[in-house]
Write a protein that binds this ligand. Structure first.
Ligand SMILES: Cc1cc2nc3c(=O)[nH]c(=O)nc-3n(C[C@H](O)[C@H](O)[C@H](O)COP(=O)(O)O)c2cc1C
Length: 340
């Protein structure tokens, strides 16, 4: 009976996935803008960027776009505050705050350093497209030859593919099938503002792995993360002996051969709670694969500086992602690791 049920659910899964993929292929939104052109192509339909004839420009080698048109096309919103000279962009659950002429931007309240600040050019607010697109999970392609930027928003329906996978996972956990996570991979992450959480979930899906969130015994408040002040996070990062307490444990760590460990970059390094985590288990003989999210900093020395805390493990090279990394970006990295 279970086998019949499994077959039915598997069939439903394949039908839903096929439908989702077909819909995704046809429902992707593509927006193309050209340097110095006041027109944009939205799914090949020509539209004016705005009524003032604003055009995209290149400053410091970065493309600055009149962003309102793009964000509104993808179903997001843009709010300009003239008093503070700030722009708030919202798309789905992600919020970006930028300030004119400031290289500090905020994604979901986490600070990022931009290499080109937003600017007002010809009375229009021009924003660095790559940072915004990456944060909102959009694909951006630049053609130097054509001088065009192509932004692709993958169809919303693709998320249904994820739901379908979850259905399959539930069904295959019955005792007749043992396909769920029998590859002994665990994804562990700490995330204060959910960017790393999003990437960790995508890794777990791509690697068919179990997932565990490191939960601080004392949660980090907004004030604790306000890195412009003498906040808790800054104090911990400056204290070699800081080991913030973790609430809960991975009960069956011995079951895992490969452990991805993910964290946000705080002042170029992993938060000290990652040190607490690594010191709490025996990683001898396991493979550890670090990953992080950050505003703009690379993974740098953050992973190497944790090697001594699990010296008996085989540490693979780590990977940095932007806060809104796409499922495609994450899964290509996971696939490149050649895990079984
Ligand atoms: C205390 C603190 C320090 C940070 N330091 C850096 C940094 O050095 N470089 C950087 O690019 N981003 C830095 N950030 C931004 C975070 O790395 C970034 O927002 C990250 O994606 C947050 O991940 P989370 O949402 O999983 O916590 C910092 C954030 C905080 C709160």
């Amino acid at each position: 009976m279970k086998k019949i049920l499994l077959a039915i659910f598997t069939l439903i899964f394949f039908c839903m996935t096929a439908a989702a993929v077909n819909a995704a292929e046809s429902d992707d939104l593509t927006i193309q803008l050209k340097i110095d052109s006041p027109l944009m192509l939205v799914n090949n339909e020509e539209k004016s960027i705005d009524e003032n004839g604003t055009v995209p420009v290149i400053v410091n080698g970065r493309t600055l776009l009149p962003i309102r048109a793009v964000v509104e096309e993808i179903g997001g919103s843009v709010e300009w505050n003239g008093d503070t000279r700030t722009v708030d962009l919202q798309s789905g659950d992600n919020n970006i705050k930028l300030e004119i002429d400031s290289t500090t931007a905020y994604l979901n309240n986490g600070p990022y350093t931009l290499d080109t600040p937003p600017a007002i050019i010809g009375g229009r607010t021009m924003l660095p497209i790559r940072f915004i697109a990456e944060s909102f999970g959009l694909e951006v392609n630049w053609s130097g030859e054509e001088q065009t930027v192509t932004i692709v928003k993958k169809s919303e329906i693709q998320t249904e593919t994820v739901t379908s996978v979850e259905i399959r996972t539930e069904v295959t956990t019955n005792e007749e099938t043992t396909t769920e996570n029998d590859n002994n991979i665990l994804v562990v992450y700490f995330s204060a503002t959910n960017n790393t959480k999003g990437v960790a979930e995508k890794i777990a899906e791509a690697a068919d792995a179990d997932i565990y969130a490191i939960t601080p015994a004392i949660p980090y408040t907004d004030a604790d993360l306000d890195y412009n002040t003498e906040c808790r996070a800054n104090k911990e990062q400056n204290d070699d002996s800081a080991r913030p307490e973790i609430s809960g444990m991975v009960e069956n760590m011995e079951d895992y051969d490969t452990v991805f460990i993910g964290y946000p970059i705080w002042w170029g390094q992993a938060p000290k709670i990652m040190y607490t985590f690594l010191e709490s288990y025996d990683f001898n003989g396991k493979t550890i694969i670090p990953f992080c999210t950050s505003g703009s900093s690379p993974i740098g020395s953050s992973a190497e500086n944790m090697h001594s805390l699990a010296a008996g493990a085989d540490w693979l090279e780590g990977q940095r992602f932007g806060g809104g990394a796409s499922a495609d970006d994450v899964s290509s990295w996971v696939n490149s690791l050649g895990l079984k």
